[in-house]
Design a binder for this molecule. Structure first.
Ligand SMILES: Cc1cc2nc3c(=O)[nH]c(=O)nc-3n(C[C@H](O)[C@H](O)[C@H](O)COP(=O)(O)OP(=O)(O)OC[C@H]3O[C@@H](n4cnc5c(N)ncnc54)[C@H](O)[C@@H]3O)c2cc1C
Length: 302
């Protein structure tokens, strides 16, 4: 077994959180290591905030043109070149992601350890190539990844997630967005305004956990201008038909609607699935709060 590397702070994951944690520790005089299997940029730049806002920006532009009549400006025959829209999203996304990678490249190579880390003991990490790191403090910043519930796996590449959507060369004609959290809503609205026929389906009866009924009604009304919305429906794909059956209020309608759509699913808000990215946190000895989230200490920053 090789001699373990010693440091004050080891950070697992070179995403937005991990980069910030490593930088903060280093600036406060700690010796650090940052561990990631790819160092390919952050979720935010590659598959998250940045490309999704680029898509929303294109959608907002289309909507402005559509509504310019309000100002007495008539735009005849507007068309949306979805190939060009998606190309621009990717080009700009790649530019932003390159900036994130530049930040990573500036790190001292001795600080950057390529590999997947797992806990061997509460203060010891082991990388997949067998290297060991002993650290006084370990930051888990492993982010999250879209997790497809098993029944949906049968749909194969008809299911899009935030990791595949931005790679589409063309937009589909019809699309079902399953889940009406903040990410589901932003994708549903952006795509609808870019000309995709969107059906938004959610098991929840509330959009994006909005608590104020008046705000909720206003949000629902805005969404309904652009798409079909079905709340309180249980969405389950049918293996045999590679289609989608929705139990509950909208069953009949949705059976028809989903059959011809590409499904878009997102469960990004869930913590990364152990096994896929898990770092063996179970061996840390750290207390875990409900839903397996780490419990913040009362005297620490949250
Ligand atoms: C479509 C979409 C839109 C979003 N929009 C917004 C927004 O507008 N505003 C906002 O604030 N947030 C937004 N988010 C959320 C935001 O992108 C994430 O919260 C943020 O990127 C998470 O950063 P992170 O550093 O925790 O994880 P990540 O950036 O995912 O980094 C985790 C890193 O850990 C590494 N890793 C995983 N397991 C291991 C292991 N065992 N060993 C070593 N390394 C490991 C991974 O390779 C990865 O590089 C959005 C997300 C999505 C999907």
């Amino acid at each position: 077994m090789s001699t373990p590397l010693h440091c004050d702070v080891a950070v697992i994951g070179a995403g937005t959180a991990g980069l910030a944690a490593e930088r903060a520790a280093r600036r406060n005089g700690a010796s650090t290591v940052l561990i990631d299997p790819h160092f390919s940029g952050t979720t935010c730049a590659n598959f998250g905030c940045m490309p999704s806002k680029l898509l929303l920006a294109a959608a907002r532009q289309a909507e402005r043109v559509r509504r310019s009549d309000l100002f007495g400006i008539r735009v005849e025959g507007m068309t949306i070149d979805d190939v060009a829209v998606m190309r621009r999203v990717r080009e700009e996304r790649d530019r932003f992601a390159a900036l994130t990678r530049k930040q990573i490249d500036k790190l001292d190579p001795a600080t950057r350890l390529t590999g997947r880390a797992r806990f061997a003991a509460p203060t010891t990490l082991e990388l997949d190539d067998g290297r060991r790191i002993e650290a006084r403090a370990i930051v888990i910043a492993t982010g999250s990844a879209p997790a497809l519930p098993p029944p949906f796996e049968a749909l194969g590449d008809r299911v899009l997630t935030n990791e595949s959507l931005f790679e589409l060369k063309q937009l589909p004609k019809r699309l079902a967005v399953v889940g009406a959290g903040s990410l589901g809503l932003e994708f549903a609205q952006a795509l609808a305004r870019l000309g995709v026929q969107v059906t938004l389906l959610s098991k929840e009866t509330t959009l994006a956990k909005v608590r104020c009924p008046r705000v909720h009604d206003a949000l629902l009304a805005v969404l309904k201008r652009d798409m079909e919305v079905h709340l309180g429906v249980d969405v389950a794909p049918s293996d045999a038909m590679k289609a989608c059956a929705c139990a509950g209020a909208a069953r009949t309608q949705q059976m028809a609607a989903c059959r011809w759509t590409t499904l878009w699913l997102h469960w990004a808000a869930r913590p990364a699935q152990p096994g896929r990215r898990g770092a063996g946190q179970g061996t840390t000895g750290a207390r875990q709060a409900r839903r397996a989230l780490p419990r913040p200490r009362d005297d620490a920053l949250r």
